[in-house]
Design a protein around this ligand. Structure first.
Ligand code: HSE
Length: 437
């Protein structure tokens, strides 16, 4: 291609991140040219809305509503998809890949739902699909897993991958406020979406966990294999009880490999105050990766937002540009790369310590009854905390921290206890405790 000294870039979607990418190319274009030995040149920006002020000066001649025509242009070498969702974004990515044009995307939902198809089409057309911005915003976690940790078998990944949830949980703890109040304040301040379900019900974290797990274990991770619990049900009482016991509640993506299979889950999880992830507050993200050769590595940064996400998108553009310069592609993530099919772990077989809060009748002998049921299911107790009840209270919160217990055993024990109307008036609350450093 005659114009390879210049790499023509088409940006699809002129929202927050699209504007950030355009701005980054303007701001650091010369620096990128120096570093790459070639120039990333914006050929066009497609969006259905060309009138809204995006806070970045861009030649109107570059703006178009016709994304398919922009993708087809001969002077467009790489396509950046920043539309989001799995509708037209998928169509446009497929169009570009089928034309042999590399694509850079931040679209975790699309990757989680259609990654297999997109990577296969990329491979069939001798091109590549890069997605650094899809997980952890500006944190280069995809590059770390794909390249930096190439020599390792990945033992586990623990991630705080949703800034909205982390912001809400942090404020709940810092200010002792209930979930609904903090969510409403976060929405008013623009930190949480008006329709917050994707974030607070754990789906966004699950999409990102599926992407990380597929990289770590060379497999497609169907979303049905991801156990998902969001933060909607996290009570201020549990945050404060956990804090008194030395823990903080975080929405964690938990990805673990091993002989028993792969676990991919998203759940509110207790981490000790001295755990590396406990210090990650507010909108920040962090990913803790254990490799069999390197040991523990930790990645931290802004997981969302215009500039952080643009940083990751432009890094992918640079990667693509360097690959194009040598006339090749380096990243083929099509299909399952492991020899044996990946087995997903039965969630019931997972062994972990748990925080369990009972609403226990305030009467002699109740604690002993609960302890006896736990014991009869082989569940040890690491600690117990009872809060003093008001003089007229019939029920009192009692918190147990269990020893490592098989999930099925714990579930059976808690079911038995819940059925004892003389002991408790409701099902207990339980959260996993993550002990690994
Ligand atoms: N909504 C996400 C978050 C960012 O709150 O972290 C986009 O993935």
């Amino acid at each position: 291609m005659a114009h390879l000294k210049e790499i023509g870039v088409a940006v699809l979607g002129f929202g927050t991140v699209g504007a950030g990418v355009v701005e980054t190319l303007q701001q650091n274009g010369e620096l990128l040219t120096e570093r790459l030995g070639l120039r990333l040149v914006l050929r066009g920006v497609a969006d259905v809305d060309l009138d809204t002020d995006r806070g970045v000066a861009v030649d109107r001649a570059l703006l178009t509503t016709d994304a398919p025509a922009l993708i087809e242009r001969d002077d467009v070498d790489v396509v950046v998809e920043l539309i989001g969702g799995s509708g037209v974004a998928r169509d446009f990515i497929l169009q570009a890949l089928k034309r042999g044009k590399p694509v850079v995307t931040a679209n975790k939902k699309l990757l989680a739902e259609h990654g297999e198809e997109l990577h296969r089409v990329a491979a069939e057309h001798q091109t590549e699909l890069l997605f650094e911005a899809a997980v952890g915003g500006g944190i280069p976690i995809i590059k770390a897993l794909r390249e930096g940790l190439m020599a390792n078998r990945i033992e586990s990944i623990y991630g705080i991958l949703n800034g909205t949830c982390n912001y809400i949980l942090t404020r709940m703890e810092d200010e002792g406020l209930p979930f609904d109040e903090v969510l409403a304040a976060a929405q008013a301040a623009g930190y949480a979406e008006a329709e917050p379900s994707l974030d607070i019900d754990g789906y966004d974290t699950a999409h990102k966990a599926a992407v990380l797990a597929s990289l770590a274990y060379g497999c497609i991770v169907p979303l049905e294999q991801v156990q998902i619990t969001g933060i909607r049900g996290v009570a201020a009482a549990d945050i404060s009880c956990a804090a008194r016991m030395g823990y903080r509640i975080k929405l964690l993506a938990i990805i673990q490999g091993g002989a028993a299979g792969v676990e991919v889950s998203v759940q509110p999880t207790l981490v000790a105050h001295n755990h590396q992830l406990a210090a990650v507050g507010g909108v920040y993200n962090a990913v803790l990766v254990h490799g069999d050769v390197v040991g523990t590595t930790l990645y931290y940064g802004r997981g969302a937002g215009r500039a952080a996400t643009a940083s990751a998108v432009v890094a992918d553009l640079a990667d693509v540009a360097l690959n194009l310069r040598v006339g090749g592609r380096r990243w083929d993530l099509s299909g399952v790369r492991t020899k044996a099919p990946v087995v997903f772990r039965d969630p019931g077989e997972i062994v972990a310590r748990h925080y369990v809060r009972f609403s226990m009748r305030d009467q002699a002998g109740m604690l002993a009854k609960v302890a006896a049921v736990l014991g009869s299911h082989g569940i040890g107790i690491d600690s117990v905390m009872q809060q003093e009840a008001a003089a007229d209270a019939q029920y009192v919160p009692v918190i147990f921290v269990t020893a490592p217990a098989r999930d099925t055993d714990l579930a059976a024990a808690l079911r038995t206890i819940s059925e004892q109307a003389d002991v408790t008036d409701r099902a207990p609350v339980r959260y996993r405790i993550e002990d690994s450093e």
